[in-house]
Design a protein around this ligand. Structure first.
Ligand code: HAS
Length: 542
């Protein structure tokens, strides 16, 4: 990656890892409070800490890491960004950073204790919403830099399929832009005017529906960079090949099509939405599971074919020949293995009847700590172990490689305690997003306490994991010996088989995406607005 592009990627990573440090500390405090053995000092509220944690980890760490990684991946595979694209990237980065500072200040001042989902009826200071607007618009501009370089590559190479990693980065950026339209709408038309006192009431159901239109593709926006690493980078690290370039592209296109029209699966228990439309969106949710199953198939195939080429025999003989001492492989691999139970949990959530049992329990928190905070985040850590030294002109030393592997195991053990206990407590009805309470010493609440203590143990181990990853990051950014670290990019197994050009037909894919969104949302939206109480001018009073 050109040093000028490297600088912009690193700027993103500094913000991302600062968010990890602060957000991680808040996570530790939360688990301690919920154990019942610790109280927050200086009158700091539990929900304030929860908001800082969710916003920093779920929104800031992820968005900045992803944009920094994708910007580097496009530069590496489609060529150095032009000056205009780089300038666009910097403008986007600064807008996002200013927006983050505005929103974070309001959260720290306890003026925006609205959780990371920030939909009505919780209300924040208008500066929080304005900051969010900056973050969203900044991310569009930042993403535009990647699209510009991809478009330039396409122009210079007519009739050729674009480099796989660039194609994947652009799909994720396009999905993000389409998804953030929903959150931009609720912020601009509902939450900002409401917080400024320009309107007295807002329709809570509209606000939640627009949020979840964005909220579900948000989780795939986190996931797809991890898939970029699993599909296109891990094969090179292990010395194998990408099983199929076309299969990888198809799975990304399926994510673009099916990630968005599924938001109702977060609202299955919500009154005011016709069950028929919930049912339709549940079916569409099961469609979006398919590209993940394709990914699992493709990864097993990559590993197995590499193993067989090394003479491995038997059903799982290939496992023995994988590079177990290489942090660049093992750290994301632990993420992949965790994604098997994590994905199964998602399928449980998506099943209407079973969701009635787990919805709003801490099971859901357990689910996203396995998906986002284990599979995705461990993959991000694994990426940074080679990408940061690559960008700073340094080397991943043996000592840091070893520390990276230890870090991943510490993370895995901490998460097994924390997320495992959350899943079990959720099945016993333990609510999510609640501070410690014995609910008047009720029998049921007393049963939850051992699980809450297990979560505090897990949270403490995880905090140790955060300290380790920060040590590695700072070392790789500033102190590791100078040298060259590879940016690994895999090759497809069958080079003669070019990916069909229809995959790059954006009019087609964006057209189908729009049609699916209109199909899934138009009628229920009209229903929601029409069913608003009479006299409220379309706005339900709350
Ligand atoms: Fe989810 C709630 C359904 C995936 C994140 N999810 C959440 C929330 C978050 C989140 C943050 O339908 C909470 C939001 C809130 O605050 O309220 N989720 C799903 C489904 C999937 C899914 C169907 N979720 C994710 C991912 C996330 C994420 C990914 C973040 C990155 N989720 C739900 C539903 C809810 C929900 C409901 C609402 C619940 C409620 O009631 O509120 C699917 O995409 C999962 C598909 C995954 C698979 C696994 C494939 C496995 C692979 C690994 C292969 C491994 C290898 C290694 C090769 C089918 C690819 C092998 C080696 C060996 C040695 C074995």
């Amino acid at each position: 990656v050109d040093p000028r592009d490297a600088k912009l990627s690193m700027a993103h990573f500094f913000v991302a890892f600062t968010a990890l440090a602060l957000g991680g500390l808040m996570g530790l405090l939360q688990t301690l409070v919920r154990s019942g053995k610790f109280e927050l000092p200086f009158g700091i509220g539990y929900y304030q800490v929860l908001t800082v944690h969710g916003v920093l980890m779920g929104l800031v760490l992820t968005t900045f890491f992803i944009m920094g990684f994708q910007y580097a991946a496009v530069s590496r595979t489609a060529g150095t960004h032009s000056n205009a694209a780089r300038r666009t990237g910097w403008i986007g980065f600064w807008l996002m950073t200013i927006g983050t500072l505005m929103s974070a200040t309001m959260v720290l001042l306890n003026e925006a204790t609205v959780l990371y989902t920030f939909y009505a009826p919780l209300q924040a200071h208008w500066i929080f919403y304005l900051g969010l607007t900056f973050v969203v618009i900044g991310s569009w501009i930042d993403g535009a830099a990647q699209i510009m370089t991809y478009a330039k590559w396409r122009k210079n190479n007519p009739g050729q399929p674009s480099p796989l990693l660039s194609f994947m980065a652009v799909i994720n950026t396009v999905m993000w832009i389409v998804a953030t339209l929903g959150v931009a709408a609720t912020v601009l038309f509902q939450l900002l005017p409401w917080s400024l006192g320009l309107v007295e009431t807002v329709d809570v159901l509209v606000s939640r529906t627009l949020f979840w239109y964005f909220g579900h593709p948000l989780v795939y926006f986190w996931l797809l960079p991890a898939y970029m690493c699993w599909y296109a980078i891990i094969p090179k690290i292990i010395g194998g090949k990408i099983f199929s370039d076309s299969l990888a592209r198809l799975s990304f296109i399926l994510f673009l099509l099916f990630s968005i029209p599924v938001g109702f699966h977060h609202q299955l228990t919500e009154p005011g939405i016709d069950p028929v439309w919930k049912f339709i969106q549940v079916i569409l949710t099961f469609m979006v599971v398919i590209p993940s199953l394709m990914t699992a198939f493709s990864l097993f195939a990559t590993f197995e074919r590499y193993g067989r080429s090394k003479g491995a025999t038997g059903l799982f003989g290939w496992l023995k020949v994988l590079p177990w001492n290489d942090a660049r492989f093992i750290v994301p691999f632990i993420g992949m293995v965790s994604f098997i139970p994590a994905g199964a949990g998602g399928i449980i959530n998506a099943s209407n009847q079973m969701d009635q049992v787990v919805h709003n329990t801490i099971w859901v928190t357990g689910h996203f700590h396995l998906t986002a905070a284990t599979s995705v985040v461990l993959t991000f850590f694994g990426i940074s172990y080679w990408l940061v030294p690559h960008l700073t002109g340094r080397k991943l030393t043996k000592a840091m490689n070893k520390l990276g592997i230890i870090q991943a195991w510490v993370w895995f053990i901490g998460m097994a305690f924390m997320s495992g206990a959350m899943h079990f407590q959720g099945l016993l009805g333990g609510p999510r997003r609640s501070s410690f309470s014995t609910y008047g010493n009720s029998q049921q609440a007393l049963e939850w306490i051992p699980y809450q203590i297990a979560q505090a143990v897990g949270g403490t181990i995880l905090f140790l994991g955060i300290i380790l990853v920060l040590i590695i990051f700072i070392n790789l950014a500033f102190f590791a010996p100078k040298g060259e670290e590879e940016f690994p990019v895999g090759e497809a197994e069958n080079l003669s088989e070019k990916a069909p050009m229809v995959f790059e037909n954006w009019k087609l894919w964006l057209g189908i995406t729009a049609a699916l969104i209109l199909f899934a949302y138009t009628v229920p939206f009209i229903d929601i607005i029409q069913n608003a109480p009479p006299g409220s001018k379309g706005f339900k009073t709350w």
